[in-house]
Design a protein around this ligand. Sequence first.
Ligand code: NOJ
Length: 726
Amino acid sequence: MSTDHEDRIKQFLGLMTPEEKLGQLQQLAWAWDTGPGTSSTEEAEAAARKGLLGSVLNVFGAASTNALQRIAVEETRLGIPLLFGLDVIHGYWTTFPIPLAQAAAFDPAVTETDGEIAAREARSNGVHWTFAPMMDVTHEPRWGRIAESHGEDPYLTSRYAAAKVRGHQGTDLAAPDRIAACAKHFAAYGGPEGGRDYNTVDVSEQRLRNLYLPPFKAAVDAGVASVMAAFNTISAVPAHANPHTLTRILKEEWGFDGLVVSDWTGVLELIAHGFAEDGAAAARRALGAGVDMEMVSTTFAEFGRELLARDAITEERLDDAVARVLRLKLRLGLFERPYVDESAAVTEPSPATRAAARDAATRCMVLLKNDDQTLPLRPGLRSIAVVGPLADSGDLLGTWTVPDAQRRFPAVTVAEGMRAAVPQAHIVCVPTGTATGAAADSAGQAEAVTAAASADFTVVAVGEPPALSGEAAVRSDLELPGDQRELIAAVAATGKPFAVVLFAGRPLVIGDWLDSAPAVLLAWHPGLEAGHALADLLTGAVSPGGKLPTSFPRAVGQIPVHYNHERTGRPYDPAQPDEKYVSKYLDLADGPQFPFGHGLSYTTFTTGEPSLSRTGIPADQLSDGATVEVTISVRNTGDRAGDEVVQLYVHDLAADIVQPVRRLRGFERVTLGPGESTVVLFRLGAEDFGYWTNDPEGVFVLERGAIDIYAGNSSTARKCSRLTIN
Ligand code: NOJ
């Protein structure tokens, strides 16, 4: 904490009336957004003019933000600048792949670059604060917001959360190219029952702390400026009114001195939850539990005076909340530089940022299947058909884009990418039907099949469009929507070579068509440079190296299916598939279709045994900071360059709390030329071997006993060495 900032905060608190203090806790929405409870532009302007507004979300553009800021700075008694927030989730003008795709790169530098570019573009347009990164670990592919997450693993998500915070914030929030980040949604939002958005989460303390909280702790350690409360309940207490998570853990245990913002009308929704009888009670519960700023609903501002008068909230809590708002404004340098230079606003992606988005997209894609080296395309093809509902679609940016980005800067389509990459080939593009599944739509399929029958190779571009994932986009059926399976079957029936390019914001069920497709390249929603990045991979200019950050289920009925599940007393044993009384489905093969960490390359690799610097270590040495070094060799055994992700998993054989069968604790993506090898080094310490207990006070234990350490290129890695903690 800067003493200068704290002194200025004290001075302001001494000058402010209770109304002005409550005003700082209010965030209103700018009028372009028509979501529930939207305030009008006039309302925001009027509140700003009275000095009764702390922040506005969804206003952007240098001229608009400057105009609104002028009201707050020049027309109010105290001249406290406004804080402008916007959901800049995977890019501002330069749309990067969705976060789930970025996680598939197993390379946090991808998200750091996205964060940096987005910060520069956003801040130049007057945006100070983004509501990202989202870091909800989830085992729920039905939940549309998995697209915005980093998948099913807390370690991978933690590494990405910290990197995105660094990318957005840099080392100085006041810099003209940085924005404040927001760790969301606190907490356990990724575990909604039935996968339904906003739904109940009942979670043990140990699961909360071992699965959901680590990314938030990593973000706080990386200096994240703010945290957003989640819409769900946590064991029957709404996250917006949960003193255990918001105050006890976040503010006290972790020492977080930043700002806690509610989600959109999340405070008022305490009434719908049945946790508050009216607006006053909602304000009392939320402010009392630790929410500092209220987004869109207005209960703090409306009822705050009354609550203070009857001691239902303390002045101390109010001042603390205001201090957190002012601290962020001071850190952002808003008092010194409230306006942006309108002539310097970034208004479009640059060649350099496009190149970064293209590189990111190539790193994110995952080659799920590639029989008989179907991919990459052989050189010298004379004709290539590009067919399917997404063959020539620019709607591949992904779930969260800034307003107007889709219209102004749509994604490069698959057909466009292929035409640019293979100019000597005749590219026949036949878009078919729609991918939304709204109605069976086989338009163009016959023509697509004819094109496939006469082309040397066909790219079938299928999947779900961005509108089917993201917030409030939950699906109960995860198959390809509409008539897309029929299209794949018909193309397969031509007997000609083809590959499926799969676009998705979540794991899909790849059922009956998987066997007939010789190659499947998972492209996710790749962002602005989609078509070019795909062409880079399809042509073999770049070899795919992405890995799944989330398991792909065989069937919806199997969900949740994830690699880091707890051990059962009756596990399924593949050597005894007919054993009845084990944990399995009668009508489904065991495990996911594709496991966490899976992803192929155009070359092949071998990963060696994990070699330990020591086979035993005293627990107290680990607790004092000692580490065990694990080295893993990896060799490119093929005849072309490629990337491999060396993955390290641990398993605690017996513990006081039943442990996951595996936990990822290290990964590194390496690039190796043909025949080349390298050795990757990991250092494991107490944090990697211990776990949080069910004690609500937060107890992390490191037990004595055996730990198996696995190395390989997916969560099914078999090579193992044992460490004894004694
Ligand atoms: C609701 C979403 O849950 C949250 O992630 C987002 O930041 C806010 N709306 C603001 O748009």
